[in-house]
Design a protein around this ligand. Structure first.
Ligand code: ATP
Ligand code: MG
Length: 670
């Protein structure tokens, strides 16, 4: 047998760390699972018989108006058997998503806090109980009905992180309508495209928003978008700041506070079928034009519920703080649905990690005794750069679980998170998943799965990952293999389609490797069966036949004490086919000898990985191009480097478009 060879082997030398003892000491009771063996047993069952595994889970955890019967088994869990049909789970059952998130807890304990709202200004905010939430939702539902919103209609939501964002989503799904949230940092053009693509007739927004001490003219952005959305009949406006000079169209626009007061505080939830659409959400657009991902009701709910429960080990008394925006899937699944479906308490944070200073997250954690904190590596890199003096004054003793999501988390950042935020007592969960997956795919389970810094570890229940050789298209069996990450069978919260474009759904996810769901990401499975996400397949750099992952070179660069962030791309090279270029932003902008630093960076990569991975070109830049969700857009760097800056493609999802001209200058001066 040929010796197995892992191109990115250096990443995987890490030894597995056992769950920290402090996790158990801080636990209010005990974790749901007692051991890794129990996880393995349940996992095997979920793969062997997904129908009965998830059927049992859905009966136990969701409230049904009409129970699903046979076949409990989904329509072809093995994707190779599904003949191009969408997957379907719990098909003849009926339920209501809002009832599952709100009513059942309001009935049981109306005084229990559902939402802790932390406003942009630290001393403003409020707590909303499940009982109060139910009343507000019922009133808002009736407003929507009165505006003509019917079951199956889409409603566009353009709201900042305020409790009314949750009230809005719940009000929409209570009447069987479909929400389409657009991140409130998007421009009017991007908002317009998403409203039109989803054919929304009602838009819900605020007069203005507040973020990081700044005022954003939200309603004005909506009005600009609506100049080209003829189908929109009404805009419901929540008064956030109360400034009087916002644009207003009589007959179309109405104030939230006036509208909701007209209705009684109870309105029953509408039963929908398990497979009816719950929401649409456009992806971040890291790789190109965003896709309107469509999720179904029961499957999505079950995925969000079970991952919140088992991955974050959320118990009813827990307080979750997901520092992500409701405009992204992380906000949907782990600010809104996951916590509420478990009857826990969720923190809705309106501000930024840097306002009024870099202590803000830690202040919130201590103030509310947060047990689970969940954030993206981009924010961690920012806070790491700001320094430990912002963390030291805080106890952070309530933290049991620290989650990471959105990009690979470099070992260096993982260790910083563990040491300075968890202080060695919290379980770090590097959760790998996507808008399309609805909930976590590969992730440690808190208190149960050993961790290796930089690895997302093991698959969640029902996720049957495969590593495929991108050249031959064949599955690579066994451990110590790397290639493209695919999934063999459908799982309940898998997206059903791209809105009104099933053939694009097939082309993007199901046709590239027949019989598998294609993730678009590269991954390796190490000797212990742990998964390492190596970055997007499009981003792989092929140097002299070595397929190098951007994630691993970036992880090596960030080991250097002066590096704040880095992004690696390939560029054509006569000798090696492709060569590595690294765009690096340093912690300090005033550098005495840039060429000495560049040499050190090259040495760091040679030492950490090997000479073949050493960057041929290092470009020191002030900032990197990022999506509005904070992810690095390497495609922009590739284009600029190859002199194709006139062909950048869709840049509407860039959060910092001004960086483009800076990058062009740096590249020209190289
Ligand atoms: P688009 O699909 O439009 O290019 P996007 O992929 O950035 O945008 P999301 O669905 O928000 O949109 O992001 C999912 C992707 O984020 C994954 O496919 C993966 O590339 C990356 N990702 C998420 N979590 C992790 C993680 N823990 N480790 C590594 N990569 C991650
Ligand atoms: Mg994607």
């Amino acid at each position: 047998m040929p010796e197995k060879h892992l191109e990115n082997e250096h990443l995987m030398r890490e030894k597995a760390l056992q769950p920290p003892a402090g996790f158990l000491e801080r636990h209010p009771s005990k974790p749901y699972l007692s051991s890794l063996d129990e996880y393995k047993k349940m996992y095997e069952e979920s793969i062997r018989d997904p129908g009965s595994f998830f059927g049992g889970m859905a009966e136990e955890h969701l409230s049904w108006f009409k129970p699903f019967t046979v076949p409990k088994v989904p329509n072809a869990p093995l994707l190779k058997d599904n003949n191009g049909e969408p997957s379907a789970w719990f098909v003849d059952g009926e339920l209501n998503a809002c009832y599952n998130c709100v009513d059942r807890w309001a009935i049981k304990n109306p005084e229990k806090p559902a939402i802790i709202y932390e406003a942009d200004e630290p001393d403003q905010g409020k707590i909303i109980t499940y009982g109060e939430l139910l009343k507000q939702v019922c009133k808002a539902s009736q407003v929507l009905l009165n505006l003509g919103v019917k079951k199956g209609d889409t409603v566009a939501v353009y709201l900042p992180m305020i409790p009314e964002a949750i009230v809005t989503l719940m009000a929409i799904i209570r009447i069987g309508a479909i929400h389409s949230v657009v991140f409130a940092g998007f421009s009017s053009g991007s908002l317009r495209d998403r409203i039109n693509d989803a054919n929304s007739k009602v838009v819900i927004t605020t007069d203005e928003s507040k973020r990081g001490g700044k005022i954003i003219e939200t309603k004005k952005i909506v009005d600009d978008a609506l100049l080209a959305c003829p189908q929109v009949t009404n805009v419901l406006v929540y008064k956030r700041t109360g400034n009087s000079h916002i644009p207003w169209t009589e007959g179309r626009d109405l104030w939230w506070h006036e509208a909701v007061n007209k209705y009684p505080s109870y309105y029953p939830a509408t039963p929908v079928s398990a497979e009816d659409t719950l929401f649409l959400l456009y992806t971040s657009g890291s790789t190109g034009k965003p896709k309107g991902i469509q999720h179904s009701t029961a499957g999505y709910l079950l995925g969000a519920l079970l991952t919140t429960k088992y991955v974050f080990d959320v118990h009813p008394e827990d307080i979750l703080f997901t520092a992500g925006d409701v405009g992204w899937i992380t906000g949907h699944s782990y600010v809104v649905y996951g916590p509420l479906l478990n009857g826990a308490t969720t923190v809705v944070f309106e501000g930024t990690p840097a306002y009024p200073n870099y202590s803000r997250y830690w202040e919130i954690v201590d103030k509310y005794k947060v047990s689970q904190f969940y954030v993206a590596p981009t924010a961690l890199r920012l806070l790491k750069r700001a320094g430990e003096s912002y963390i030291e004054p805080y106890s952070l003793q309530s933290l049991r679980v620290l989650g990471s999501v959105g990009e690979p988390i470099a070992k260096d950042v993982w260790e910083w998170y563990n040491a300075h935020i968890g202080r060695g007592n919290a379980h770090i969960c590097d959760t790998y998943w996507q808008t399309e997956s609805g909930s976590h795919l590969i992730t440690p389970l808190a208190g149960v799965t050993p961790t290796k810094p930089g690895s997302a570890s093991l698959p969640f229940f029902g996720i049957d990952p495969a590593i495929i050789d991108p050249v031959s298209g064949k599955e690579l069996e066994g451990n110590e293999v790397e290639g493209v990450l695919a999934i063999r069978s459908s799982w309940p919260s898998m997206a059903r389609t791209i809105w009104r474009d099933y053939s694009r759904f097939l082309d993007t996810y199901l046709r590239p490797y027949h019989g598998y769901y294609f993730s678009g990401d590269g991954a390796a499975r190490d000797k212990d069966g742990f998964y390492w996400i190596l970055g997007r397949v499009d981003d792989v750099v092929n140097v002299s036949g070595h397929r190098l992952s951007t994630a691993e070179i970036e992880a090596a660069l960030i080991e250097h004490s002066m590096v704040a962030e880095s992004a690696v791309v390939g560029f054509p090279d006569e000798l090696t086919g492709s060569a590595v270029a690294a765009f690096v932003s340093l912690k300090s902008r005033s550098i005495e000898d840039p060429s000495a630093i560049k040499k050190e960076l090259v040495l760091t990569v040679r030492k950490e990985i090997g000479p073949f991975a050493a960057p041929k070109l290092i470009l020191l830049v002030n900032d990197l191009p990022k999506t509005r969700s904070g992810k690095i857009m390497r495609r922009i760097l590739r284009k600029i480097l190859s002199g194709e800056e006139d062909q950048l493609g869709d840049t509407s999802t860039l959060s910092n478009p001004q960086v483009v001209s800076h990058l062009i200058e740096v590249v020209k001066a190289k």
